[in-house]
Design a protein around this ligand. Structure first.
Ligand SMILES: C[S@@+](CC[C@H](N)C(=O)[O-])C[C@H]1O[C@@H](n2cnc3c(N)ncnc32)[C@H](O)[C@@H]1O
Ligand SMILES: [Zn+2]
Length: 283
């Protein structure tokens, strides 16, 4: 697979086309954004931030990097890569955004898929600078951006795929940046996701927030796919990493967290739903 950075960025202040000149992205109105030494660009103006350090913390990002790089979620990455690359003509260039990319695992996995001739133009975006820094350090080939799904710094109609994996979808923005026929690929927790961990940390088990059968305006839904498998965590550190990278860390009580901290091994069900939506021609 040939991997190139996706370059059709837009100014987060006025939506104008950004041009890269040396290590600075500039729009026609004169706004400029420097590429950091780690190889990413910060396109999140202060007025679009809801807090000083938005998104996942440094500790959450590090925990997720260890968990994912250990291969525990490989079957999810395989399903995402398959859905992303299905029906792509061999010599095509496919432009793909991971919206809420975290530390970049799923784009790295996509980039490692074998294809003789196709080219992937990749953009990873996350609101957490810690996540984007970690992603840029691990793979310098995609374009990495600190930004928000609520106001994507991307020119309209320039993408063939948008991934939103365990993320925060903003469908109007995804519809704007996708070209007609492009696909939104979404992964969300299913009802049994990490059930065994939830049984330990919560006094009574609430059903996991499951993806509703909802088709966003401007899209047609393809049949959803359930990805279900089992993993075995074999140390207290691995269990702590999983807890740290999920919302359960904040939701659980101190007693629940203490019960998890006492464990040294845990067998878990992974249960996720992959949904695909095709961008319709609404012109
Ligand atoms: C549960 S994590 C999933 C990360 C990655 N997709 C993965 O599965 O490894 C959710 C991510 O969304 C990011 N995030 C939260 N709000 C966001 C927003 N408005 N725009 C972009 N990213 C956001 C967080 O910083 C975090 O990295
Ligand atoms: Zn501008």
């Amino acid at each position: 697979m040939n991997i190139t950075p996706f370059r059709a960025l837009a100014c987060p202040l006025d939506g104008g086309r950004l041009h890269l000149n040396g290590a600075t992205w500039r729009c026609a109105a004169g706004h400029s954004f420097d590429v950091a030494s780690q190889g990413y660009v910060h396109l999140l103006p202060v007025q679009h931030k809801r807090s000083r350090d938005p998104g996942d913390s440094r500790d959450m990002v590090a925990a997720r990097r260890r968990h994912l790089n250990a291969g525990f979620y490989q079957p999810i990455a395989d399903a995402v890569s398959r859905a992303t690359l299905s029906a792509v003509p061999p010599a095509a260039t496919l432009s793909c955004l991971d919206a809420g990319c975290g530390e970049g695992y799923y784009l790295r996995q996509l980039a490692s898929c074998a294809s003789e001739t196709a080219t992937l133009a990749l953009l990873g975006l996350d609101i957490s600078k810690w996540a984007v820094q970690s992603a840029a350090r691990q793979d310098g080939r995609p374009n990495w951006v600190v930004g928000t799904n609520a106001n994507l710094p991307v020119q309209s109609g320039t993408l063939d795929r948008v991934l939103c994996l365990f993320g925060f979808p903003v469908y109007s923005e995804f519809a704007r940046v996708l070209d007609t026929g492009g696909k939104l690929i979404q992964v969300d927790a299913g009802p049994d996701h990490l059930r065994e961990l939830r049984e330990i940390i919560y006094p009574t088990l609430k059903p996991e927030r499951s993806a509703e059968a909802f088709t966003p305006p401007g899209f047609a839904a393809l049949p959803p796919e359930n990805v279900r498998f089992h993993i075995e965590l074999a140390s207290g550190e691995q269990i702590a990493d999983l807890l740290t990278m999920t919302p359960h860390l904040f939701r659980a009580s101190a007693e629940g967290r203490a019960r998890a901290a006492a464990l040294t091994a845990l067998a878990l069900t992974v249960d996720v739903r992959l949904t695909q939506f095709v961008r319709l021609d609404t012109a």
